[in-house]
Design a protein around this ligand. Structure first.
Ligand SMILES: Cc1cc2nc3c(=O)[nH]c(=O)nc-3n(C[C@H](O)[C@H](O)[C@H](O)COP(=O)(O)OP(=O)(O)OC[C@H]3O[C@@H](n4cnc5c(N)ncnc54)[C@H](O)[C@@H]3O)c2cc1C
Length: 348
């Protein structure tokens, strides 16, 4: 969860929306200006004032055709504040509270129509892994993240809502403050009522739980966020022979608050999913090798393992993501346990 976006692509991804936004507002106006300037310039070569007015008159019918769509376009652009993966829109902080010394929970009320964008169809989503594993019945669930930008600096970072955004109409983020972290600092300074720029939703991964007897999720720290969202989004009542879920998550060091134990997080999901969700914790600064081995061995062939760990922990468990953030080869403990690469999804 700690990988930074490359500076160049970050710059490009931030620049593009800004240029588009600027073009949308300034472009049509500047096109109108340039038409009338050319008109004026060509007419200025004539000697009489009546001749000068004729080209201007000629352009009145033309502007009747040009102006209405431009005005419609400008008003549409200005009015739209719906969450969008391509451009930033402003939303409002509803609440902000510390859940540990390093972690802040920020709830952001979304503008009308935004929450529905979290229910993208499979045509929008379909990552390669879903296709590779997709023997299910088309009930794919997609986990999304959103981009948060710093208002002062030209940088953005991805954050994963820990809640069911579509059902609740708001985004709940838990953000860790890291030393020298720029966007983390911005998020930690947010107060109720503050505007916050969001871009998204962006699919992180999709999974069809009905394809599996058990889905195992392994994480540490804020790496649990995609799993909290997945479990929040899944319906409470799964069929008796439906998928079971195992969440394996690191405990924090003894002197840190275990923020995932907040009643709104793991305990709420345990009471929602009952026996279908098993939660196992493993000690900090260790690898969850035994917990994984137990969970995989207790599962049949139809098992999927989702891994969201820092690179140093992910490598021995299942091998690293590639430099271009592709899945790469399955190695490490999960391969030694007999899993195939289409039974593991590595998350950044
Ligand atoms: C898809 C995705 C979803 C994510 N979801 C979340 C989320 O829900 N909550 C969350 O808190 N983060 C999440 N992250 C990580 C987040 O995007 C940022 O990387 C993180 O908040 C640091 O950003 P920053 O601007 O504060 O610090 P930066 O300015 O990027 O980093 C400052 C310094 O801190 C180091 N650093 C960065 N991250 C960590 C870390 N985790 N631990 C220790 N040192 C670190 C950097 O290497 C750098 O030296 C997610 C990342 C991805 C790719």
């Amino acid at each position: 969860m700690s990988i930074r976006l490359p500076v160049t692509s970050l710059g490009a991804s931030l620049r593009r929306p800004r240029v588009c936004q600027a073009c949308k507002r300034a472009g049509p106006r500047s096109r109108v200006t340039s038409i009338s300037t050319r008109t004026y310039a060509s007419s200025s070569s004539s000697s009489s004032s009546s001749q000068r007015s004729r080209p201007t008159l000629r352009f009145i019918p033309l502007s009747l055709f040009i102006l209405p769509p431009i005005l419609w376009y400008l008003s549409k652009d200005g009015a739209s504040s719906t969450l969008n993966p391509a451009v930033y829109t402003d939303h409002t902080v509803k609440s902000a509270r510390k859940v540990s010394e390093q972690h802040k929970e920020v709830v952001i009320s979304l503008s009308p129509g935004s929450a529905e964008t979290f229910a993208g169809g499979s045509a929008l989503i379909t990552p390669e892994k879903l296709q590779a594993a997709g023997k299910g019945e088309g009930k794919a669930v997609t986990v999304y993240h959103v981009m948060v930008k710093s208002p002062d600096l030209m940088i953005e970072r991805p954050y994963t809502p820990v809640n069911d955004v579509k059902a609740e109409g708001e985004v709940k983020l838990v953000v860790k403050r890291v030393r020298g972290g720029e966007v983390g600092r911005v998020v930690h300074s947010l107060k109720p009522g503050d505007p916050v720029g969001l871009r998204g939703p962006i699919p992180t991964f999709s999974i069809d739980p009905s394809s599996y007897d058990r889905v195992i999720m392994v994480s540490s720290g804020t790496g649990i966020a995609p799993f909290l969202q997945l479990l929040s989004t899944l319906p409470a009542s799964q069929p008796a022979d439906g998928p079971k879920f195992t969440l394996i998550h690191a405990t924090p060091p003894a002197d840190r608050v275990d923020w995932v134990s907040d009643p709104s997080l793991i305990p709420a999901l345990q009471s929602k999913h009952g026996d279908q969700l098993a939660v196992h914790r493993y000690p900090p600064n260790s690898l969850p090798v035994d917990e994984l081995a137990r969970a995989v061995k207790a599962s049949g062939e139809r098992v999927m393992v989702l891994v969201c760990l820092p690179p140093a922990m992910m490598r021995p468990i299942c091998g690293p993501l590639t430099v271009t953030l592709q899945q790469g080869e399955l190695t490490g403990h999960l391969r030694d346990l007999g899993l195939r690469s289409d039974q593991v999804i590595k998350l950044e």
